[in-house]
Design a protein around this ligand. Structure first.
Ligand code: ZN
Ligand code: ZN
Ligand code: ZN
Length: 923
């Protein structure tokens, strides 16, 4: 074992840290070279007077147990200050709003660059209108390409529309052979409703002298040229006259006069000029200088970049204004019940989609995967009109698009279609997409704060993530990465570990220095870095194995060799069998899940885990249960995630009575949601306060102690404690409510106390403090037990859910379920049970905390429930009874079952998992 320091390194000054680096001979030349961010006396949540220095232009990893203050430091201090400085650079109008924007509470904050905050939640919750292409700002590059090189094609006539100026036409005429006779003119309509004599007089007054009765069938026109005196013109022989402006001979013409004639013809002809010559194909060409279809006369729009954004009035569908849906009255409404009939929900106006590049419109381009689009853009854009290759602007737009696509591909997102909505991306995919956008932005000198970017990533994907982070840092960015992954910590330039515990036990710096120094430090992360293959979860809870016969006996016999203790599963226990599962990259796969067991669905990011479990399986089981319970059971069937999602058959649902999906859920509905609500104690707290003597005396009902209804809550901030500042061009920024000072209630409501605490004080308690305070209220206390077991001690009862990290939010949902339906969880071991589908249960957890959560989840199968968890962490395999691995790759290269059977901990593991499965202790 490596030498360990006898004591932890506590808050060394940068100078000391740098000295230590030089002494160790492992000096990272980056650290300190670009200066330091100096934080002194930082006070926020559990950070109490923290002093800290972070090297600029470096990759700084922040780690530590849940609730130690990592996100507070990264988001509420570093990012908040960086954003404040960014807004400060804007003109006076927005600075007025700035004055209300609080500075993080600290003695001094120096050297913090302007900041961007990156969290997958932001991308996913930004709603249905954000697609992958938009997150990485690929649309901008495509819009430029389309505006420069796109061809407008009338969708009805399939005719290309290319406006030609007089100069363009002059160049065209130069191509005619020397000595060719040609004439420039314009058409005039002379249908039955036109008074031909008046028309002739008008033309004569304008100085024209010759006209040709136009008949498309005849190409020889010279013998039919008429002077205005010709009485034949007044007879109804044709519907159109062609008025001659000028007659010229190629080679003898005066260029200025010719240009003038062309311009006159275009102007007088309403944008249409007709050039006639025997040397031309069909004897004549019609050329327009506007965007009208020559065949059906429909007017199109000049392709300019704004035309390709539904967010711009120019590009938006005029009926739904670019939102794609309409409400009952036919008004634009993103949540409306009807798809807009004008744009079919595509949100762009039809003129935008008439622009085609290589015979595909913008949306068809965006439906390509990253790989397919890269391939198409690798070839220079073929523009028929341009004789001399690609213009520099085209080349630059193409290069820019390729740079974004290459970054996406390097981050393992090559399989994704660019129009995939962000809400449908797996968490890891979304994080890496945002990172790709950050890299592609080309900005430098910024501070990027990343919240748990490795969540949901398979170890192979983490290597690529790490490389991308390294490149971003090399571009001159400062990176602050909150993450637990040992590989990401080792690759950083500088590590800050907060701890030692969570909540009031945390908020201190237990280590700062280089990763090499961390490996020598006796801290939880230091031990993990020094010995990464250590068992990730407590050995005490022996992962049981199934003993009855699985569907694939060959694989089972291989696993039988495992010497681990077996969980004696009653032999009559049935299986849940799903056949023909399809959707996205799944093309009809069959899986079996042991009922009453713990199944792990694993595989690389993009292999199809989420689609299989959260889309197909969840939908199939929900439908089956709904049918079993009869039509009255549930009026709102669980919606199918996607049109293509489906299956052939599902068996075994008769043994299930409920389905619980614990996944990165829909965006939090109300900014008023808080842990107290999720855990089902908010109503109980309101009743406790309403029952106090003072509340009774003043006649306050229970509702006055909640922020969901009016009466007790502060009317300025409507119970939020903060007011939102609208800065128009920036994401909304919130500031403490000036009336209640963040207390959220009217002052008279706060007079009412329980155990000397007002409702505001109670909502400010952590779950652990609440658990102690309510020892006389068993109903409340019981509901605070599950979050404690899941490591959520530090959450405050009234903290908005929007402030939670992804991992915290997911575990809180699980805790909420365990707390509010204990009866369902702990029903006797016989009878129907629930199926729990849990997405990535250990996201956002420090490795030292895995066992706590995994043990708690293990208790569900112990009670007879069935648990199916997805995870890209192969280390979890030994925790499960049954493993389904999807792969072998991502996207089209994935979606197949490459392994199904009991854990392969000691038998032949698959290629991907082989490198990363730590050896488990055998007992
Ligand atoms: Zn047309
Ligand atoms: Zn529309
Ligand atoms: Zn207020």
């Amino acid at each position: 074992m490596a030498r360990r320091r006898s004591s932890t390194v506590s808050t060394p000054t940068p100078r000391l840290a740098a000295d230590a680096l030089l002494r160790d001979g492992t000096a990272n030349s980056r650290v300190g070279r670009f200066g330091w961010m100096r934080l002194r006396g930082v006070r926020a949540r559990n950070l109490d007077g923290l002093d800290l220095d972070l090297p600029r232009g470096c990759w700084v990893a922040i780690t530590g147990p849940t609730g130690a203050g990592k996100t507070t430091l990264a988001r509420d201090v570093l990012h908040a200050e960086g954003r404040r400085r960014y807004i400060e650079t804007f003109p006076a109008a927005s600075r007025r709003a700035m004055e209300r924007l609080e500075r993080p509470d600290a003695d001094t904050l120096e050297g913090i660059p302007t900041a961007r905050f990156l969290s997958a939640t932001d991308a996913i919750s930004s709603g249905r209108r954000t697609s992958l292409a938009r997150v990485v700002e690929l649309r901008h590059a495509l819009a430029t390409l389309f505006s420069l090189e796109g061809v407008v094609v009338c969708p009805d006539c399939r005719v290309g529309i290319r406006p030609r100026s007089a100069t363009d036409l002059a160049h065209l005429l130069d191509q005619l052979p020397e000595g060719t006779r040609y004439a420039i003119g314009f058409p005039v309509e002379v249908g039955p409703n036109v008074n031909r004599r008046v028309a002739l007089d008008t033309l004569r007054a304008e100085g024209y002298t010759r006209v040709v009765p136009w008949d498309r069938a005849k190409t020889q026109f010279n013998d039919r040229v008429r002077t205005f005196e010709d009485e034949d013109l007044l007879k109804q022989t044709c519907r159109e006259w062609w008025v001659i402006v000028d007659r010229l001979i190629r080679g003898n013409e005066n260029p200025a006069r010719r240009l003038d004639s062309l311009s006159t013809a275009l102007a007088r002809g309403g944008g249409l000029c007709r050039i006639v010559s025997d040397a031309l194909p069909n004897g004549a060409i019609d050329a327009r200088n506007d965007w009208r279809c020559p065949s059906c006369a429909r007017m199109f729009l000049e392709p300019t970049p704004p035309l390709f954004f539904e967010t711009n009035p120019l590009g938006a569908c005029p009926v739904c204004r670019g939102v794609g849906r309409l409400d009952d009255q036919g008004r634009p409404d993103p949540h409306g019940s009807a798809v807009c009939g004008t744009c079919q929900g595509l949100r762009l106006r039809s003129e935008s989609l008439a622009v085609r590049l290589e015979d595909a419109n913008l949306l068809e381009w965006e439906a390509l995967t990253v790989e397919q689009m890269t391939e198409r853009l690798m070839r220079p854009v073929t523009n028929v009109a341009a004789s001399s290759g690609e213009s520099p602007r085209t080349t630059s737009a193409r290069r820019r698009a390729l740079a974004i696509l290459t970054t996406l591909d390097q981050l393992g997102l090559g399989h994704l279609p660019l129009d995939r909505p962000c809400r449908d991306l797996a968490r890891g995919e979304a994080t890496r997409a945002i990172l790709a956008g950050a890299i592609a932005s080309g900005l430098s000198g910024l501070l990027w704060v990343l919240d748990e970017p490795s969540t949901g990533l398979h170890p192979c994907d983490i290597r690529r993530l790490s490389e991308a982070l390294g490149r971003t840092r090399d571009q001159g960015q400062s990176l602050v990465v909150v993450d637990h992954d040992p590989d990401l910590i080792r690759a950083a330039d500088w590590v800050i570990e907060l701890g030692p515990g969570s909540g009031s036990e945390g908020g201190r710096v237990v280590f700062q220095g280089t990763p090499d120094q961390l490996a020598q430090a006796d801290t939880p992360t230091g031990r993990l870095i020094a010995n990464p293959s250590a068992t990730p979860w407590a050995v005490a809870s022996q992962p049981p194995t199934l003993s009855n016969s699985p569907p694939d006996s060959a694989r089972f016999s291989r696993a039988r060799k495992s010497s681990r203790p077996r969980f004696e599963r009653p032999p009559d226990r049935p299986w849940l069998r799903l056949t023909g599962a399809r959707g996205r990259n799944l093309r009809g796969i069959d899986i079996s899940i042991p009922l009453g067991g713990l199944t792990l669905v694993t595989g690389v990011s993009g292999a199809g885990k989420r689609t299989l479990v959260l889309d197909v399986l969840a939908w199939a089981v929900a439908e089956a249960i709904r049918i079993q319970k009869g039509p009255s059971a549930d009026a709102n069937p669980r919606p199918r995630a996607h049109e293509s999602v489906g299956f052939e058959a599902i068996e075994g649902c008769e043994h299930l009575e409920g389905l619980e999906v614990i996944a990165s859920g829909p965006p939090i509905r109300s900014p008023r949601s808080c842990p107290a609500g999720v855990l089902g104690i908010a109503g109980e707290l309101r009743r406790v306060f309403a029952a106090t003597p003072l509340a009774k005396q003043r006649g306050y009902p229970a509702a006055f102690f909640g922020i969901g209804s009016t009466g007790g809550r502060c009317s300025t901030c409507k119970g939020l404690g903060v007011v939102t500042l609208d800065l128009a061009f920036l994401p909304d920024v919130s500031a403490t409510c000036p009336d209640c000072g963040g207390k959220r209630f009217r002052p008279e409501i706060l007079d009412v106390t329980y155990q000397n605490r007002s409702i505001a004080d109670i909502l400010d308690l952590t779950i652990r403090e609440g658990f102690a305070l309510f020892k006389n209220k068993p109903k409340i206390q019981a509901r605070l037990r599950a979050p404690l077991e899941l490591g959520l001690d530090h959450l405050r009862l009234g903290q908005p859910l929007t402030s939670l990290s992804d991992g915290e939010a997911r575990r809180l949902r699980l805790a909420g379920f365990l707390a509010t339906s204990p009866a369902a969880v702990e029903r006797s071991s016989r009878g129907p049970k629930s199926l729990f589908l849990v997405e990535e249960p250990i996201w956002g957890l420090h490795r030292s905390e895995w066992s706590r959560v995994l043990d708690r989840l293990r208790s569900l199968p112990a009670l007879g429930h069935t648990l199916v968890a997805t995870s890209s962490r192969p280390e979890l395999e030994g925790w499960a009874d049954w493993v389904i691995e999807l792969g072998p790759g991502a996207g089209d290269r994935g979606g197949r079952v490459i392994f199904q059977g009991p854990p392969r901990v000691s038998s032949t593991p698959s290629r991907h998992n082989a490198d990363h499965t730590p050896s488990l202790p055998q007992s």
